[in-house]
Design a protein around this ligand. Structure first.
Ligand SMILES: Cc1cc2nc3c(=O)[nH]c(=O)nc-3n(C[C@H](O)[C@H](O)[C@H](O)COP(=O)(O)OP(=O)(O)OC[C@H]3O[C@@H](n4cnc5c(N)ncnc54)[C@H](O)[C@@H]3O)c2cc1C
Length: 383
């Protein structure tokens, strides 16, 4: 795999749009294999956000899960341009043809371009005491919660988390832990539109989560679709009967999931395929990509990391810097949900292999630590 067959004398010019899991995994792979490549990363944020740890911001500062791109740029020798890029089919075709991307007044030529812009959360809601993924990713939620607890008057307060997907569940357990530790007088609800929790996972996982919810005083409200929020009331509609109701709320977390703004189809090398044509200079990876031939397209960090790595190796192969590399074939090898500071549940290896409690928590921490290591310059991903 590492056999170098250098054909070019000029250093490769590479542009990566999006510095999330896929973009950074590609960047690190490229930097390791092509030390003299000129790499530019375009991302509107000042820092990389370790979003798989976002629920931890319930009790720790946001800065603990942010790594400034300036620091990563020093570590992996790239230029960071802090800008958002608009994408559409015409632009993709023009970039592939001209091998140049326009950043305001500046023209940036490239040999290969990788698009890894992830997915978007639902549009932001501008209401007091309502926080969605965008807001949580920008504010220190631990401070918000601290103030909420401090400002609480004598009456019990109601906290609602809308969306009982993996993110909502992880937040619910962290919140329950903090509220309990602060002896706050609260009612914590987790509201779900469907009638089954974690429908995409083996039912033993949902069973374990529901039992733990009862122990942690988290009330699960199923079959209620979120229809909006007005002041201190959440508007709900029953998924079967259509009956409308309101749920009082003092603090609301809207965790309704993410979906790609643009979904780029790719071949098994990660090259963008548009109208059945392969755009040879353009690659894609992560949540914004769909590899049509092989491998997992789940919107998970492990798929994003592997897609990024596969796309980077295939860029190097196209450029003649690598004589051989495998197509993207990754299948997810597990999924673990954190349930507070010392508990987790999920599957590893096969979906029948459920683990829970402390072993699951340790496994989850090990997965996170492996990513931390990658960003610190130690690549321990074998698969
Ligand atoms: C709260 C939460 C918890 C999660 N927990 C887990 C977990 O425990 N395990 C797991 O496997 N998966 C988890 N996921 C899913 C996982 O985080 C995603 O699948 C992964 O982040 C996708 O990586 P990505 O690189 O495609 O996108 P992202 O990591 O979202 O990165 C996209 C990057 O592109 C940038 N960008 C966006 N638009 C533009 C633009 N127009 N121009 C330039 N740059 C742009 C963004 O600023 C961002 O830096 C979680 C997701 C969330 C939201």
């Amino acid at each position: 795999m590492n056999t170098f067959t250098r054909k070019k004398t000029k250093p490769l010019k590479l542009i990566i749009i999006g510095g999330g899991y896929a973009g950074l995994s590609a960047l690190i792979t490229l930097r390791n294999q092509a030390p003299d490549a000129e790499i530019t990363l375009i991302d509107p944020r000042p820092s990389h956000l370790i979003i798989t740890r976002l629920h931890e911001t319930v009790h720790r500062p946001l800065s603990k899960i942010q790594i400034p791109y300036s620091l990563l740029a020093e570590r992996f020798d790239f230029i960071h341009k802090q800008q958002a890029i608009q994408l559409d089919e015409d632009r993709l075709k023009a970039w592939n043809l001209e091998k140049t991307i326009q950043l305001g007044e500046e023209s940036l030529p490239f040999d290969y371009l990788l698009i890894a812009i992830g997915s978007l959360s639902s549009p932001s809601v501008n209401e007091p005491n309502v926080y969605d993924l965008n807001a949580i990713g920008q504010h220190c939620f631990a401070k918000v919660l601290e103030q909420f607890i401090a400002n609480t008057d004598a009456n019990e307060k109601t906290v609602n988390i809308v969306g009982a997907g993996p993110t909502g569940i992880q937040f619910a357990f962290e919140m329950a832990h903090v509220l309990h530790a602060c002896h706050a007088d609260y009612q914590l609800n987790l509201i779900e539109g469907s009638d089954r929790l974690l429908a995409a996972f083996p039912c033993e996982i949902a069973g374990y989560v529901e039992r733990r919810m009862i122990e942690r005083r988290i009330t699960l409200i199923k079959s209620q679709f979120y229809k909006g929020i007005q002041g201190r009331e959440i508007l709900l509609e029953h998924s079967q009967s259509g009956e409308k109701s309101v749920q009082p709320t003092d603090l609301t977390l809207l965790l309704l999931g993410k979906k790609p703004e643009i979904l780029l189809h790719a071949n098994s090398s990660g090259q963008v395929v548009l109208e059945h044509n392969v755009l040879r200079q353009l690659f894609t990876a992560g949540d914004c990509s769909h590899f049509d031939e092989l491998g997992s397209n789940l919107m998970t960090s492990q798929s994003a990391i592997r897609k990024g790595k596969a796309a980077a190796n295939n860029i190097l192969r196209e450029a003649g810097l690598l004589s051989f590399c495998l197509p993207y074939m990754h299948q997810d090898i597990g999924y673990l949900l954190s349930l507070g500071p010392d508990d987790a549940v999920g599957w590893i290896g096969t979906k029948n292999n459920i683990i829970s409690g402390l072993p699951a928590f340790i496994a989850k921490e090990a997965i996170e630590a492996q990513y931390d290591l990658l960003l610190s310059g130690i690549n321990s991903y074998v698969l």
